[in-house]
Design a protein around this ligand. Structure first.
Ligand code: HGY
Ligand code: MN
Ligand code: MN
Length: 416
C-alpha cells in the first residue's frame, strides 16, 4: 500500500473515533468513561489487524505490542492519548496513536520485524479533564501515580477508584502496572502542534525541542451571599467580583511576561441566582512557561495578587495546587534521529518547543522521550475546528517510519 493509503486510513479512523463521545452533539471523551472504553475497543481491533497483541492495564491504558524477531529485544514506546477535552477536536491524541499504528501496519504488511519490539500506547488520561490531574495513565506506566488521587471525586461524586473499577480496571493494581524502563529504548509521540508555527513556516512537521512546565490550581473565594436589591455596593463581599478582578490580573501579568501563559478555564459561582450576590466562587488556574524559574516567580506573584484582592474585598481565599510538571528537554539522540528522518525527506527540520503538555513529560522519568509535531490548520486545538491535512499525515507516517529504520540501523545496542 502507498503512504497515501495509510494516511487515508488514519484520517478515516480519526473521523471514526471523533464520533465516539460522552455527548451526542460534541466530542467529549474523558478518563474512565464508557466512551473511552468504546474508543479503546475500536483501536484494539485495529491493533490486532496490524499483527499486534493487545492488552489494557489496570488504569485503562490500551497497549498494542508488535514483537521483534530477536529474543530478548528492547522495546520502543510509541503512541499518544485517547481521552479528550470537552468539545474537543478529533486529532489531539488519536492522531499520534493512529500514525504509530500505521507504521506498525506497514511493517506487518511487509512481513517485517525490527531488532526491537514496538508498543503503541493509547493513554487513558492525558488531558485530566475529569479529575483535573493530568497524565493519570502515563503516571501509572511511569510508576509515579499518587494513590491519594484515588479518593478524588468528579463533578458527579464518582471517585477515581470507582471510575477505574467501573471502567474495567483495578485500582489495587496500579503500582503493579508500572512498566520497567530496563528494556526501553524510548518513547516517541507524534502530535498536532496545537500552535501556528509550522503553518507560518509552511512546514508539514517539526521536531519538538522541549515541553513547557505547567502548574494547575483550584482556587476558591468565599464572601457573603446577599440580596441583590438591598445590599449597598460598598458593603458587599462579592466572591464573583473578586474572581473577576483576579482573572483580569492574571491575564495582565501574563501579557506582560514573555513566554508566560496564564489561563482560567473554569469558573463557578454560588448560590447561583440572578438576584443573589455570589457568596462563593471557584476557578481553575493554568500557568505555563518553558523556564521553570519564571513560571514559579509568576505563580508567587499571582498568589500574592489573589491575596491582595481577597483582603481588599473582605473575602476568604483558598489556593490549592492540583498538578505540577516541570519543563522538559526532549532527548537529543531521539530528537536527532527524528531530525535526520525529516531531512531525509527533503524538509528542513524545524526544532520548536511545545506549550502544550504531553504524556512524555511523565514518561521522561522512565525512558528518553522525543516528539514530532504535525502542522494543524490555524494552530487551532481544543476546539472542534481542529484539523490536519492528509498530506501532512502522510509525511508524519513517512518520517516516523524512517525514524524506526534509523533506530534499527547498526551500530546500536541491538548488536551483540
Ligand atoms: O493541556 C495541555 O497542555 C494538554 O493538551 N493536556
Ligand atoms: Mn494531546
Ligand atoms: Mn490536549
Amino acid at each position: 500500500m502507498t503512504n497515501d493509503t495509510y494516511a487515508h486510513t488514519v484520517m478515516q479512523r480519526c473521523d471514526a473515533l471523533g464520533g465516539i463521545s460522552e455527548e451526542p452533539d460534541r466530542l467529549t471523551r474523558r478518563f474512565a468513561t464508557a466512551a473511552l472504553r468504546q474508543a479503546s475497543a475500536v483501536v484494539a481491533e485495529w491493533m490486532r489487524a496490524a499483527g499486534m497483541t493487545v492488552r489494557q492495564d489496570a488504569v485503562g491504558n490500551l497497549i498494542g505490542r508488535y514483537e521483534s524477531d530477536r529474543p530478548g529485544a528492547k522495546t520502543l514506546l510509541l503512541g499518544s492519548h485517547l481521552d479528550s477535552v470537552v468539545d474537543a477536536g478529533k486529532y489531539d491524541g488519536p492522531l499520534g496513536v493512529l500514525v504509530a499504528l500505521a507504521c506498525v501496519q506497514r511493517l506487518h504488511d511487509q512481513g517485517r520485524r525490527l531488532p526491537f519490539a514496538i508498543e503503541v500506547f493509547g493513554f487513558a488520561d492525558e488531558e485530566g479533564v475529569r479529575y483535573h490531574t493530568a497524565y493519570l495513565g502515563s503516571q501509572v506506566v511511569a510508576g509515579t501515580f499518587d494513590p491519594s488521587i484515588l479518593e478524588l471525586a468528579d463533578v458527579d461524586g464518582v471517585t477515581v477508584a470507582e471510575a477505574i473499577r467501573a471502567s474495567g480496571g483495578d485500582p489495587t493494581q496500579l503500582a503493579a502496572a508500572r512498566r520497567s524502563g530496563d528494556d526501553l529504548l524510548g518513547y516517541v509521540e507524534v502530535h498536532i502542534e496545537q500552535g501556528p508555527v509550522l503553518e507560518s513556516r509552511g512546514l508539514p512537521v517539526g521536531v519538538v525541542s522541549a515541553i513547557a512546565g505547567q502548574s494547575r490550581f483550584a482556587i476558591r473565594l468565599d464572601g457573603v451571599a446577599g440580596h441583590a436589591g438591598t445590599v449597598p455596593m460598598e458593603l458587599r463581599r462579592d466572591a464573583l467580583c473578586a474572581a473577576a478582578e483576579f482573572i483580569l490580573a492574571a491575564e495582565a501579568l501574563a501579557r506582560g511576561a514573555p513566554g508566560l501563559v496564564a489561563t482560567v478555564g473554569q469558573i463557578g459561582a454560588g448560590p447561583g441566582a440572578s438576584n443573589v450576590i455570589p457568596g462563593m466562587a471557584t476557578l481553575s488556574l493554568d500557568v505555563r512557561h518553558q523556564n521553570d524559574g519564571r513560571r514559579e516567580m509568576a505563580i508567587d506573584r499571582l498568589r500574592e495578587g489573589a491575596r491582595q484582592i481577597a483582603k481588599a474585598r473582605h473575602v476568604e481565599l483558598e489556593w490549592q495546587s492540583v498538578q505540577e510538571s516541570r519543563a522538559l528537554a526532549c532527548d537529543p539522540r531521539l530528537a536527532g534521529l527524528l531530525t535526520q528522518a525529516v531531512e531525509s525527506l527533503g524538509y528542513p527540520a524545524l526544532s520548536l518547543p511545545s506549550g502544550a503538555g504531553h504524556d512524555g513529560v511523565t514518561l521522561s522519568g522512565l525512558t528518553p522521550i522525543a516528539m514530532l509535531f504535525v502542522r494543524c490548520k490555524g494552530g487551532v486545538s481544543h476546539n472542534p475546528a481542529e484539523s490536519v491535512d492528509k498530506a501532512d499525515v502522510a509525511v508524519a507516517i513517512e518520517v516516523l517510519g524512517r525514524f524506526l529504520e534509523l533506530l534499527a540501523q547498526p551500530p546500536n545496542e541491538f548488536d551483540a
